[in-house]
Write a protein that binds this ligand. Sequence first.
Ligand code: B3K
Ligand code: ZN
Length: 884
Amino acid sequence: MDKSTPQAIHLKDYAPPPYLIDTVDLAFDLGEDVTRVRSRLAIRANPDAASPAGALVLDGQDMRLVSVALDGRTLDPSEYSVGPESLTIPGPPEAFSLEVVTELKPQENTSLSGLYRTSGNFCTQCEAEGFRKITYFLDRPDVMARYRTTITADALKYPVMLSNGNLVASSKMEGDGRHTVTWEDPFAKPSYLFALVAGVLVHVEDSYVTRSGRTVTLRIYVEPGNQDKCGHAMASLKKSMAWDEEVFGLEYDLDIFMIVAVGDFNMGAMENKGLNVFNTKYVLAKPETATDTDFLGVEAVVAHEYFHNWTGNRVTCRDWFQLSLKEGLTVFRDQEFSSDMHSRPVKRIADVQRLRAAQFPEDSGPMAHPVRPDSYIEINNFYTTTVYEKGAEVVRMIHTLLGADGFRKGMDLYFERHDGQAVTCDDFVAAMEDAAGKDLGQFRRWYSQAGTPELAVTGEYDAAARTYRLTVRQSCPPTPGQPTKLPFHIPLALGLLDPSGADIPLRLAGEPGPAGTSRVLDVTGPEQVFEFVDVPRQPVPSLLRGFSAPVKLRAPYTDDDLTFLMAHDGDAFNRWEAGQTLATRLLLDLVADRAENRPLELSPGFIDAFSRILKDPDLDPAFAAQALTLPSEGYLGQQMPVIDVDGIHEVRTFARRAIAGRLRDDLLATYRAMGGNEPFSIDAAAIGRRALKNLALGYLMALEDAEAVELCVGQFHNAQAMTDVIAALGLLADTRLPQRESALRRFYDLWKDEPLVVDKWFSIQAMSERPETLDEVAALLAHPAFEIRNPNKVYALIGGFAGGNPVRFHDAGGGGYRFLADQVLALNRLNPQVASRMVKMFARWRKYDPRRQSLMRAELERIVATPGLSRDVFEIASKSLEAS
Ligand code: B3K
Ligand code: ZN
């Protein structure tokens, strides 16, 4: 905790490290009370440093320094100085060895960063700056060293002791009941990829033979009793390994790959070299306990962390401003992997929904920052959806501009040039440019300019000349610190539909003949005109196919155009998009009607379009489920200058009832058709059928008639798969039915010993639209299964309420706001990273009406005025309050 006002760190101040560390030899003596760490470093002055090396300043915090020795000689305390976050040795030799001994108390570490305890085991998390809580070090990613790690601990309490690389030595129990192991990682790595795990763990094992014929041992370590939930993670790992070889020619490089699942973890998982540490949420899955969303999450996160081995570990980031170098690229890779494993359009829709739900608001709020930020106060606050998801969109645009082959050549060149190095986003773009021979100069602005660009497109058909002129204008709203923007290079993928719904062959003026029916236009100027020739009839343009750029599209479509595109667009993403655009328009009109006390009525044409989707036997059920889902309350709110929380909730509820009322029989038929009794399977088709079935049940429950309730209660009691149980329970939780309480009780009784399932129980209650939800959530804080030190519990209950229940969190009384601020302050002391994630829910306070604004602002002011605020919370809360 900082007493003074925390200071920002700037990209423009980057300088290479004055010293390099070639090898790190660590010895951990793990104890119940004190853990002792002996670190031996081979250090030398950096020949590429800007200025003479001077004093050696090592990072370190929250430890007790025991001793320092230089080239074997123990230093007198007068020969070094220790600050709250550093150890300084003035004027060391050009090259030397340094031995530092520190003592830690991992059992008191509630931040879950550095070395900490979880379920009695030891575990580390070093990204971004946790290694400095273990030992004094140059804790920055451009210092890459080879690590050797020895661990000694009680053999009964910690039978399993793991670190990065290969096991090179182990000694049996000594007379004192302790044992020792030594691990060696042959690959140089930054300190943030260091990991250690020790405790009572069991593992499931498999193996994988790489393309070049090496056998790799694969192990997933879990707490005893969870072995039966590792199959999906293991299968996902093997698929990821095969996919990376096939698509990018990248093989795994050690003899063993380990995953450890722990219950207390701040985020999803961590890609430590050879020893990934995972939140149990992204490992443990079996049909009885995990939903389809969980299964897909496990697959995607296992893949993501595995892919980091090349994009992140072998080639890492020079500094933390370059975080998207590894994260944006690795998210892109995991998205592509999941697309190949399942349905590409369905995956694309889910990814775009996520981008719009989280990244677009971030990009237009007080925390807006470029994909490569210019400054930060606390780097852990920048593991954002902008760095991750928008970063992935930026990589995807490069892929679109270069084509799959060009992109692959760029990746090959990137690894050829930079394997073993710590590099920048610019290095990545340069490799892409050089390999494909395409100028990405202007494109680089995607890394430096924040904000979501807007693309306004209009079309003009000239029947006599048979030409169709598209005028494209781009603009980008100001963001903090960036009042004006230069034009972006935007790949605009499009097609033109003729009146029958078929794609017209595309020929731009000046081209010798038509080529293809889908094109990527290079939009680079503030305003550009593209003229298509040989266009026989007035077309309907299908714009931004596949969401080819992370922008907001404005096009003057009529309702009929949208209905037409919904039915005919050859691009599945745009078929979905047309429906969403139409639904958004209609629902916002209804919100306005409600505000003006006009009667609400949902357009019959829209309901007919829904009916056609529902009855189309050729449609992929997964796609149909997405197409039949109305835009979320959050998304609708984003489209309004002042978010009308209650109006949106009421109108969306009204629309769901209107659709259900009109299409009741079709919904029932769909429910029954998708319900089949086939054995559980996790393939895309089965997931799609469950999604459509539960969507139908959701609409039917909007009517809450006897038949719907019976189906819902029956499904809750009889379903085998958690997906179906949770769908039913979530619907019951919104009602005042007598079955609600008994279902919630029964669910808890059944699953009280499965923490991940209990999390679902918390979040379902937190997201209930009933007016008493806040009181119930507050009461649940005292439930024996709730534990504020466990991030998953916080995300489920507090996060579920503040982030997943707009109508209750934003209750005009302000109780929700007070509740969240209280929790932020409680968490601030225990776990700043989790606290900071929670305080972000206030960031968009300026989007609400004056009354809610002042209530939220008061809570933010209360937080900022609290003494002992962590850098994490201070940065978010204070930036949220800054003038917009
Ligand atoms: N690299 C980690 C995230 C670390 C977050 C540190 N606060 C997981 C991932 O993106 O794969
Ligand atoms: Zn990552």
